[in-house]
Design a protein around this ligand. Structure first.
Ligand code: FAD
Length: 422
């Protein structure tokens, strides 16, 4: 919440106030038009800062999910503000500037604006809206490139704001504010594109297990490893042919010697290829850990619900539970049949070791569909007193939360991890 307030203050309030201070005395729509441009520009700079995953942002926003939410809606809002800014003409008669540069600044802004429209639309819509029959999705690669190009578009806006003819004094606080945000936005963009060179760590694959539901890959650092908390995720790419693009996976085990594990379900090109191609001795580059999915914020009564490969953060948590001082934790692991359950022996070991931890394996083949009523049936305490932690498909989570609410069993808080960025 605090992060969203800060975003609103720096992205909207300050630019609007400074635009009024710089041009409020001018006639007509001049200052609102400048305020719209300054707001679009400030929000874009802040959005680039969010995309750079700078340390501390997760905590400010209360998790990656809230960051995505702000990032996405700020993108749409700034597009509307940029559109209005571009449509309404203001008079700059009598302003002293280098004419050619100013004209170029207007042209650059116009091209950047149209590029912004296309790129934001690609980013916003994963597939054709309101047409469920068309299942084609914008490929992730195209989406990623569209996001990368947004940094170049911002550079166009920085050029525009620096050289365009403005009807207010260029020494006004507004100009300085926008210049600072320009530098911060561009630096964040460069950091997000090239910072991985400093953040990535080298690992070696020490074990590969082809479980029926996923491929379990163990890695050990060849030098200093990443710092991952249980529940963190990391980007990993391998030296193996065809596996050179970094993908995000939850670290399903964090070992005291720095070793880490990923449990990867074959869902698409990369993850299926990995199952066939990865071998002991391959090298990997890992960047992380990221995320704030951390049960330690959840109080003494907790309900953990995992569906399918959504078990990965809970595996890392279960390993991490202390025998003493752990409250009541009930993990419900939803699978179709026992063969699908990943690393179940570690969950049983945690159950034997930690008195407050209990595992329920819900097998939909024999136990039927898992829903809110089933969840309440499995619990020995009131879910109204507990925090709910969920990792699995979004429709299942929404159904559960809705069902619990309808039965007057709303959990004290709901936390979830999404296996998707867009
Ligand atoms: C925070 C987080 C944690 C995750 N943890 C796990 C885990 O523990 N185990 C597991 O099996 N899966 C996990 N995933 C999902 C995993 O990242 C995707 O299944 C995988 O990247 C799909 O790639 P693909 O090429 O095989 O499939 P595709 O069919 O190409 O992609 C399927 C979807 O995955 C996403 N995706 C694809 N490529 C990338 C990429 N390079 N970077 C980011 N997202 C991408 C896109 O939304 C895409 O629509 C996690 C995802 C996230 C965001």
């Amino acid at each position: 919440m605090f992060g969203k307030i800060l975003f609103g203050v720096f992205g909207v309030l300050i630019p609007v106030a400074l635009a009024y201070a710089a041009a409020g005395y001018l006639p007509g729509t001049t200052w609102p038009v400048i305020a719209l441009g300054a707001t679009a520009y400030s929000m874009m700079a802040l959005n680039l800062m969010l995309a750079a995953r700078l340390p501390g942002t997760d905590a400010l926003f209360g998790g990656l999910d809230q960051i995505y939410f702000t990032h996405k809606w700020a993108g749409i809002t700034l597009l509307v503000a940029a559109f209005l800014h571009q449509q309404i003409k203001i008079s700059t008669d009598g302003v002293q500037v280098i004419e050619t540069l100013s004209r170029l600044a207007v042209d650059v802004a116009e091209i950047s604006f149209y590029a912004l429209v296309v790129l934001v639309l690609i980013s916003f819509f994963k597939r054709v809206p309101r047409m469920p029959k068309i299942t084609w999705e914008i490929p992730y690669d195209l989406w990623r490139w569209s996001h990368r190009l947004l940094g170049v578009v911002f550079a166009g806006f920085v050029f525009h704001q620096f050289f365009v003819k403005t009807p207010f004094d260029n020494n006004a606080f507004l100009a300085s504010y926008l210049n600072i945000l320009g530098v911060l936005g561009l630096s964040s963009f460069l950091w997000s594109q090239f910072g991985f060179l400093a953040r990535r760590r080298s690992y070696r694959v020490t074990s590969v297990v082809k479980h029926p539901a996923c491929t379990i890959v163990d890695l050990e650092p060849t030098g200093g490893g990443i710092s991952a908390r249980p529940g963190s995720f990391a980007f990993v790419k391998f030296s193996t042919k065809g596996l050179g693009e970094p993908h995000p996976f939850t670290v399903s085990q964090v070992r005291p010697n720095g070793g880490i594990q990923f449990s990867i379900r074959g869902l698409g090109d990369f993850t299926r290829k990995l199952r066939d191609a990865i071998a002991v001795g391959d090298t990997a580059r890992v960047e992380g850990g990221y995320g704030r999915f951390d049960y330690r914020r959840g109080g003494s009564k907790q309900v953990w619900v995992a569906a399918g490969i959504g078990i990965t953060p809970f595996l890392a948590w279960a390993d991490h539970l202390k025998a003493e001082g752990t409250g009541d934790i009930r993990l419900i692991y939803c699978v179709r049949n026992p063969e699908e359950a990943v690393s179940i022996e570690r969950l049983h070991a945690a159950q034997d070791r930690v008195p407050g931890f209990q595992l329920t394996l819900h097998q939909s083949d024999t136990d039927g569909r898992f829903d809110a009523a089933k969840l309440v049936e499995y619990l020995t305490f009131d879910i109204g007193q507990a925090s709910l932690w969920f990792c699995g498909p979004a429709p299942m989570r929404e159904g559960l939360v809705k069902g619990l609410k309808a039965n007057g069993k709303t959990p004290r808080s709901v936390h979830f991890e999404r296996f998707e960025f867009r």
